[in-house]
Ligand binder design. Structure first.
Ligand code: ZN
Length: 179
């Protein structure tokens, strides 16, 4: 784990926990899990025909993204599983109750991505979304920004982007480095 990740978590008062989010949530309302699950192809396990899940550490990007979610969430979201944003977490099928509406979810997700670019570039944190060495889609934060812009298919996308940017500016999050 990049050394700044723990410092950012400490700075904003969110705990990183050595638990696996495959059993529950990435953010369970108290802490961010630092482990996840990954499917291993049957061929990769001594040629035995069984599929298996193994525990893997979340990427630096995953952890940066989660800390940014905590920072961008309203105070009332900070003790709710997955910040009350709803949906299904990436490592399990537990449905998460949605507390904020879809428009607000889109704005917060956009804030998170922009904040990740700001912090990631400044601290030299990897933008790679997986540990797979063959993965090359987001080798730089500029590539990450482009990939995220292209994958956004939300209503009123430009309004969402501008609202996210203005909120980050109003909160001063783009004008300083916290650690
Ligand atoms: Zn997110």
């Amino acid at each position: 784990m990049h050394s700044v990740i723990q410092k950012l978590a400490d700075c904003f008062g969110v705990k990183l926990s050595d638990r696996n989010c495959g059993d529950g949530y990435v953010f369970d309302g108290k802490s961010i899990a630092i482990q996840g699950l990954k499917w291993i192809d049957s061929e990769e396990i001594n040629s035995q025909f069984i599929d298996k899940m193994i525990s893997i550490s979340l990427t630096d990007h995953d952890l940066l993204h989660e800390i940014a979610h905590y920072v961008c969430a309203d105070l009332c979201q900070r003790d709710l599983p997955e910040y009350g944003l709803g949906g299904i977490p990436m490592f399990n099928n537990i449905y998460v109750e949605e507390v904020v509406d879809y428009s607000e979810q889109c704005i917060q997700e956009c804030m998170v991505q922009l904040l990740c670019v700001h912090w990631g570039k400044a601290y030299g944190i990897s933008p790679r979304l997986t540990h797979d060495p063959k993965y090359t889609i987001t080798n730089s934060w500029d590539q990450y920004l482009m990939a995220k812009l292209l994958e956004r298919h939300v209503p009123n996308n430009e309004l969402c982007l501008w609202t996210a940017l203005i909120r980050l500016r109003e909160r001063g999050l783009l004008s300083y480095l916290p650690v």
